[in-house]
Design a protein around this ligand. Structure first.
Ligand code: HEC
Ligand code: HEC
Ligand code: HEC
Ligand code: HEC
Length: 195
């Protein structure tokens, strides 16, 4: 009896492990860009020296950014008023590959020219995607005062905003699609939306 319960628990654990848990390390993930980085994983995105400044050519986060910046014009999610009208902060970093235009292996002095294709391309039309660059409405009763389970907001100096990296950890956080929480039961949605 005891053993049967333990077996059942073990099986359940395995089932949860294989469905709910995704990539928890960047090594071997879609963001292991060592193929583009001369064997180095981080260098297509980060550099310890001579990184982009915080303001030019992009108003980006200070994350020692090394990748060529997107120069595309983006169509934003239009229903809401509380966004900036253009992607900013760390979302611009994501879109500097996921625009499907800026080459993955254009970083530092390297100009490889390999452009992303397939379902990972978000493109330049963001009007059909969850809003980003959007102020987090912490006073709204339909939202938690702050996102649950350590989902980060990104402060642009004035406002706390939801960016791509609020939902995704580009280095992997243990869930599929680099998500920061599970999609089971739509938990990642309920981390912000208090519905
Ligand atoms: C595909 C691009 C990409 C690669 C490859 C990448 N990063 Fe990042 N990293 C980002 C982006 C975008 C941000 C800013 C968003 C954020 O803060 O989560 C960031 C933020 C960071 C930060 C600050 C925030 C945090 O999560 O601690 C550190 C530290 C960091 N990266 C280290 C690394 C290291 C070390 C590697 C290599 C092992 C690496 N990254 C590889 C895209 C990348
Ligand atoms: C330097 C280029 C680059 C940057 C910058 C970058 N990515 Fe990616 N990303 C890739 C590549 C390459 C893949 C793999 C594409 C494929 O599998 O077809 C990928 C895959 C992904 C996937 C799919 C993972 C999966 O398991 O299918 C997600 C989600 C993702 N990226 C989100 C982000 C987010 C969010 C950011 C910013 C925080 C970001 N990426 C920044 C290049 C980049
Ligand atoms: C509100 C949360 C949220 C935000 C913000 C968000 N995503 Fe996602 N993303 C998800 C979820 C959840 C998935 C899982 C697949 C799905 O449901 O479509 C996903 C999937 C993806 C994929 C994989 C698509 C595929 O089919 O391979 C990529 C790439 C991606 N997101 C990039 C981005 C980028 C770039 C941004 C910012 C412009 C962004 N995401 C903003 C929640 C988010
Ligand atoms: C990091 C916090 C966060 C997460 C996670 C999140 N959202 Fe949101 N969501 C927001 C914010 C902020 C808004 C815009 C609020 C506003 O300005 O009205 C929003 C808006 C929306 C809207 C309304 C858009 C409109 O036009 O009124 C929908 C629908 C939505 N989110 C669905 C989802 C779903 C589905 C998920 C899970 C895949 C999700 N959200 C995850 C923060 C989040």
């Amino acid at each position: 009896m005891k053993r049967a319960v333990l077996c059942a628990l073990a099986t359940l654990g395995l089932a949860i492990g294989s469905t709910a848990l995704g990539q928890s390390t960047i090594v071997g993930s879609g963001h292991d860009l060592s193929w583009a980085g001369g064997g180095q994983i981080c260098v297509p995105c980060h550099t310890p020296h001579d990184a982009y400044s915080s303001t030019a050519p992009l108003p980006v986060e200070m994350v020692l950014w090394n990748h060529q910046a997107t120069t595309q014009t983006f169509t934003m999610y239009t229903t809401l008023t509380g966004n900036t009208g253009t992607p900013d902060g760390s979302s611009l970093l994501c879109l500097s590959c996921h625009d499907g235009v800026t080459a993955i292996d254009n970083y530092g002095g390297n100009n490889g020219g390999i452009v992303m294709t397939g379902s990972a391309v978000v493109g330049t039309d963001l009007s059909d995607d969850h809003p980003i660059g959007i102020e987090y409405p912490s006073g709204n009763p339909n939202y938690h005062a702050v996102p649950q389970n350590n989902l980060p907001l990104f402060n642009d100096g004035t406002l706390d905003r939801v960016e791509c990296a609020s939902c995704h950890d580009p280095h992997g956080a243990g869930f599929d699609y680099f998500l920061r929480d599970t999609t089971a039961g739509s938990q990642i949605c309920l981390d912000c939306h208090d519905l």
